[in-house]
Design a binder for this molecule. Sequence first.
Ligand code: ADP
Length: 168
Amino acid sequence: MKTALYPGSFDPVTNGHMNIIERAARLFDRVIVCIMINSEKAPFFTLREREQMVRSATAHLQNVEVDAYEGLTAEYAKLHNCCTMVKGLRAGSDFEKEFQMAMINRKLNPALESMFLTSEHQYMYLSSSIVKELGMHGADLTDFLPESVLPDFQKKITRLRKIKEAEQ
Ligand code: ADP
């Protein structure tokens, strides 16, 4: 059984992430979407919220599992028998960082392959951070977020916008 690991912060999971997950799910027997906990980053959504969003967005995919981990992705892959780490590659921005990570991960875990799936053109410039910024300005996010994620996202963003307005 070939298991792929798709790590990220998923803060929140976007349609760009979903496109990579769906394509990976067609290529591998099993895909683990792992929310990596990075104590140096202050996420917008709690780990629980991010997990819940990824779970609801991937509920239709039988061979996709969701997990969370604090540590090195290469270690996680070893512990969970993942043969490949799948990453999405957007225009320009991702290449340098991902190439460096792939080299480091190969050193840490030589059995682990890194596989890059190029972003679909409509998601090429989509990132979790741009979605949050648009959300704070009240933009329509239906093309950017999975349907199941939209209500939770809007609820949180509305609360944050109200707090921000009250502060001004
Ligand atoms: P972001 O970079 O948006 O904060 P993550 O850290 O959660 O997102 O990214 C996890 C993985 O998903 C990375 O490999 C990243 O390159 C990929 N990814 C993120 N957004 C997209 C997108 N729109 N299209 C393709 N891949 C993407």
